[in-house]
Design a protein around this ligand. Structure first.
Ligand SMILES: Nc1ncnc2c1ncn2[C@@H]1O[C@H](COP(=O)(O)OP(=O)(O)O)[C@@H](O)[C@H]1O
Ligand SMILES: [Mg+2]
Length: 266
């Protein structure tokens, strides 16, 4: 069922870019972001590989959300670059990515209209849009609610809608920024299942979470951020079981849980 949805992925862009490069689908090189006179993202180099599940973890204020926004092209880096299949990220690349936020961003319209709107900008044929809508409705298990205003759904239902809407666009990379942080266990499980299914279908996942259990269930690679820098990377279980950096150790032991105080001047 899911495979069918992803077989319907939009055709390769007309630029002739290779759809299945051997290396990273998405790369950050020397990525920096400054605001308010501060360097908030500091010289980050990372590779997001096709079909892998990459977790981004770190204390509040470490820069996780900023990093996702930069990778998704929502904000421009102060320095460095984001490369999509080896080229600077452009509109075409952004349309092959999707993002889900902690609080779902839904239109003040029906459930179905939210799906339709997302698909409308992707230049698909009408039958294909209808097929994807039906698939997304089924996957969301929101069957009877198609014409209900999206804003009156429960938090868990809204987030399910946000995730299936993102997946209906057949992204190659799905970003999720603490997607279950305000959900109950049942709703969390439903979201995790959707993410697992998307991964099975070959979508690369980039997930921010504070939930260690979720990290172990859903992650392959872990990027640990501290004060805007990558301080540790590795397989999820390796980092969680035997962190090498003091920042990751402190965070895992609960000693680092608030926004860090400014670093003393060198
Ligand atoms: N536009 C902005 N202007 C100034 N500071 C910002 C801006 N966006 C985020 N920040 C600051 O950057 C730091 C990292 O933010 P964020 O990426 O949201 O952290 P995280 O998601 O890891 O909790 C925080 O200290 C936050 O207050
Ligand atoms: Mg955040």
């Amino acid at each position: 069922m899911l495979e069918a949805a992803f077989d319907m992925a939009a055709p390769a862009p007309a630029t002739g870019m290779d759809e299945r490069p051997p290396g990273a689908v998405l790369r950050a090189r020397g990525l920096c972001f400054d605001a308010g006179g501060k360097r908030l993202i500091d010289n980050i180099d990372i590779d997001i590989r096709p079909g892998r599940r990459t977790l981004v973890m770190g204390a509040n204020g470490a820069g996780k959300s900023l990093l996702l926004r930069l990778l998704h092209g929502l904000i421009r880096p102060t320095a460095g670059e984001v490369l999509w299949q080896g080229r600077p990220l452009d509109r075409e690349g952004r349309l092959r990515q999707a993002m889900v936020f902690q609080r779902p961003v839904l239109l003040r319209r029906s459930v179905l209209a939210n799906l339709r709107f997302a698909l409308a900008v992707r230049g698909l044929s009408r039958p294909e849009r209808r097929a994807r809508e039906a698939e997304a409705m089924e996957r969301s298990q929101l069957g009877g609610l198609a014409n209900r205003p999206a804003r009156v759904l429960s938090g868990g239902e809204q987030q399910r809608l946000a995730v299936v809407r993102a997946l209906a666009c057949a992204p190659r990379v799905l970003f999720l920024d603490e997607p279950t942080a305000s959900l109950d266990p049942g709703s969390t499980h439903a979201i995790e299942q959707l993410v697992a299914d998307a991964h099975e279908s070959g979508v690369a996942i980039v997930l921010v979470t504070h939930d260690i259990g979720q990290a172990r269930r859903l992650g392959d690679d872990l990027i640990f951020l501290h004060e805007g820098r990558v301080v540790e990377t590795g397989p999820v279980s390796g980092v969680l079981d035997a962190p090498r950096s003091e920042a990751a150790r402190a965070w895992l032991e609960g000693r680092l849980y608030l926004e860090s105080p400014p670093r003393p001047e060198a």
